[in-house]
Design a protein around this ligand. Structure first.
Ligand code: MEV
Length: 326
């Protein structure tokens, strides 16, 4: 598990270190509209994780080592700044000691793919700092703190990524309401495919905002429809009806496309999955690159679809059994 990975790296799990982890996420339906207080459904994707280890730094100032930032070097300082800001915020919020920390971030979550990398790093980081100072942080405190940091780093976020990267239960979420966890027990498989193309969530969120400012009514109608699809999808899940869920996912994608956050590459991968017999498919997360999800009837079909998606340009695929959240 995540702690053992550090154990093998460092030989022993030291008692004078703090540890934290978080995982990736999949937005099943409702991204973007969720920023404007429409509902969305998200599920944890626990097999891809980020681990953070915190210990005292003898050098006298905080130092961050990260395995994540493989992107252009110019984007790194900004990310580091955000991480440092969250370290400071965590210290100040709980009045922790000011001593310098050495922070190691080890992530399996590809960055800039709509897989929740940034939220997961923040969640794992706060958990590790609190563990280091022997402070037992509640999920609610964690959610508030990370969202506060995200709100400083980016302009607008729904808070859904923070919630789901910290939780192991599927959720139907609305910004202004208490999150609602539900059991997901569907006889179907989800294939997640990384398009291999970077998609910056904040850029996609800004694009939707621009469109909203230019075409207020059009965007309001799209979001209203997405919200309705999400509610119908929740009913389809309760009715154990994968075919209906797939149909709604595809509609959701069509509306995301209208919002301007899909692109040729994502559409090509989605088309390939349809041709291979998928029940439905859509982009997931911010879009403009990043990942696609597809619903398959059974494991065999999931394999066929995964292969077709790779042939259409997907770099990597993961398959998830949807009856594991019962
Ligand atoms: C990103 O994973 C999901 C978006 O809806 C943004 C957000 O909810 O903050 C695009």
């Amino acid at each position: 598990d995540w702690q053992n990975k550090f154990v093998s790296q460092d030989m022993v799990r030291a008692s004078n270190c703090g540890y934290g982890h978080a995982h990736s996420k999949i937005i099943l339906m409702g991204e973007h509209a969720v920023v404007y207080d429409y509902p969305a459904i998200a599920i944890p994707f626990t097999s891809v994780q980020v681990r953070v280890k915190v210990q005292a730094n003898q050098i006298g100032r905080d130092f961050i080592q990260s395995s994540i930032y493989t992107g252009p070097l110019t984007t790194v300082p900004k990310q580091m700044e955000n991480i440092q800001a969250l370290v400071n915020l965590t210290r100040d919020s709980f009045q922790f000691d000011r001593k310098a920390l050495l922070i190691k971030i080890d992530s399996d979550i590809p960055a800039g793919r709509g897989m929740g990398s940034s939220a997961a790093v923040s969640v794992a980081l706060v958990r590790a700092i609190c563990d280091y100072f022997n402070y037992s942080i509640s999920d609610y405190q964690l959610h508030l703190l990370v969202n506060q940091a995200e709100a400083i780093a980016h302009e607008s976020t729904s808070g859904l990524d923070t919630l789901i990267t910290a939780s192991d239960k599927p959720v139907i979420y609305r910004k202004s309401q208490k999150p609602f966890n539900f059991p997901l027990d569907l006889n179907a498989y989800l294939v997640l495919a990384d398009s291999g193309m970077e998609g910056r969530t904040q850029q996609a969120v800004s694009r939707v905002l621009q469109l909203k400012l230019q075409q207020k009514e059009f965007v309001a109608e799209l979001m209203e429809s997405i919200g309705n699809f999400v509610e119908q999808a929740y009913t389809a899940i309760q009715d154990k009806n994968p075919a209906e869920l797939g149909r709604l996912m595809t509609y959701n994608h069509y509306y995301l496309n209208q919002l301007g956050v899909s692109n040729e590459r994502l559409d090509r991968i989605i088309n390939a999955s349809w041709m291979a017999g998928a029940l439905g498919a859509k982009l997931t997360g911010g879009g403009m690159g990043g990942c696609v999800i597809t619903l398959a009837e059974n494991l065999n079909q999931a394999k066929v679809i995964a292969k077709a998606m790779k042939q259409a340009g997907a770099h990597k695929t993961w398959t998830l059994n949807l009856n594991k959240f019962a």
